[in-house]
Design a protein around this ligand. Structure first.
Ligand code: SAM
Ligand code: SF4
Length: 324
């Protein structure tokens, strides 16, 4: 389906839960956020119905996210059912990796196509400072477990919140040691992310070139999104940048987002969208559901306005609640 600005929208990100087993400083407060009741969250059958209607409009790729998607029981089972929907080509997941080693086999058996692991440091102490929890060794176990399935695309996503150059340099060494792409996501001024300065792509490239030599731009596109990649001689994986602030990519945006309580959003930054849960639970037909999805896609905002004046329409929820 094409939106009113001519963009093809074929990618749906689904938040399975607003809960998380970490408390990353740029995403959630120490005490967590007020949590939704279980009955407010879409059931798997409701999610499948939304996706069936979305697929009829041209949704082809689905990413499971959260909160932490792997804390929702049955996540792999849902991934398998989504993969089986007519029209759905790819189902992937983004996870903090804590529970990944426990679930990887079920995810692979379900037919998952790719795993994104969020990891901002390889240092145990810094990991604890960023996530306010222990567990880096579990994340690394999850990464190794995912890499033992060569058919999977495995990526490490990192928000460069730590300013020490050595942190960037060591993280990127993962792409030398393993066939894994390491991608830097510029900090977005959403929710708790507003409190942190972002390190822009060019400054990170400078640091990496000092350590590893030239980063050469790669032409091929990998994956669903706006990431652009570089390669470094001798590295197995590529280095990617998702630079929503300094390289605004809204004109090529291909996605919409479903929150765990069933609200379909056209853009991360704006509150507007459709309450699909209401339609689902008040006896709405598939036609009504499909039309509501069509309406959100068609009216997807032109783009974000990070760092410009706020408006009343801006999103007030944090990333863990929206499904980053
Ligand atoms: N818990 C899972 C994880 O961490 O991958 C999935 C949900 S998390 C909200 C999804 C992604 O959003 C993570 O890679 C996280 O680093 C990123 N994120 C959270 N807050 C952000 C912000 N303010 N700016 C940019 N990325 C952010
Ligand atoms: Fe949890 Fe992911 Fe947010 Fe970290 S970024 S607090 S892991 S939802």
């Amino acid at each position: 389906m094409i939106d009113k600005f001519g963009r093809t929208i074929d990618y749906l990100r689904i938040s399975l839960t607003d809960r998380c087993n970490l408390r990353c400083i740029y995403c959630m407060p120490q005490e967590g956020v007020p949590l939704l009741c279980q009955e407010d969250i879409l059931t798997f059958d409701e999610i499948l119905r939304v996706c069936r209607c979305g697929a009829s409009l041209g949704i082809r790729k689905i990413k499971l996210t959260g909160g932490e998607p792997l804390i929702r029981e049955g996540c792999a089972d849902l991934a398998g059912k989504l993969k089986g929907l007519p029209g759905i080509e790819k189902v992937t997941i983004t996870t903090n990796g804590i529970l990944l080693a426990d679930h990887i086999k079920d995810l692979v058996d379900a037919g998952i196509d790719g795993i994104n692991i969020s990891l901002d440091t390889l240092d145990d102490g810094i990991f604890r400072q960023i996530t306010r929890r222990d567990g880096i060794e579990r994340v690394l176990m999850g990464l190794k477990a995912a890499l033992s399935y060569p058919q999977l695309t495995v990526k490490v996503n990192s928000v460069p919140v730590v300013r020490e150059e050595s942190n960037l340099v060591s993280l990127v060494s993962l792409a030398r040691k393993y066939p894994v792409h390491v991608r830097f996501i510029e900090m977005m001024p959403i929710g708790y992310g507003k409190q942190f300065p972002f390190q822009d792509e060019n400054s990170i490239i400078q640091v990496l070139e000092k350590a590893y030599g030239p980063l050469k731009p790669v032409r091929e596109k990998y994956g669903n999104g706006p990431c652009h990649y570089y390669e470094i001689d001798g590295f197995q994986g590529k280095i990617g940048f998702i630079s929503a602030v300094t390289h605004k990519f809204c004109s090529q945006c291909n996605r919409v987002r479903l929150t765990s309580e069933g609200f379909l959003k056209g853009c991360l930054q704006f509150q507007e969208g459709a309450d699909l849960r209401k339609i689902l639970r008040e006896g709405g037909t598939d036609h009504e559901l499909t039309e509501a999805i069509r309406n959100v896609i068609y009216n997807k905002p032109a783009g974000h306005h990070f760092y410009e004046a706020n408006t009343d329409l801006d999103e007030v929820r944090g990333m863990s609640q929206i499904g980053g």
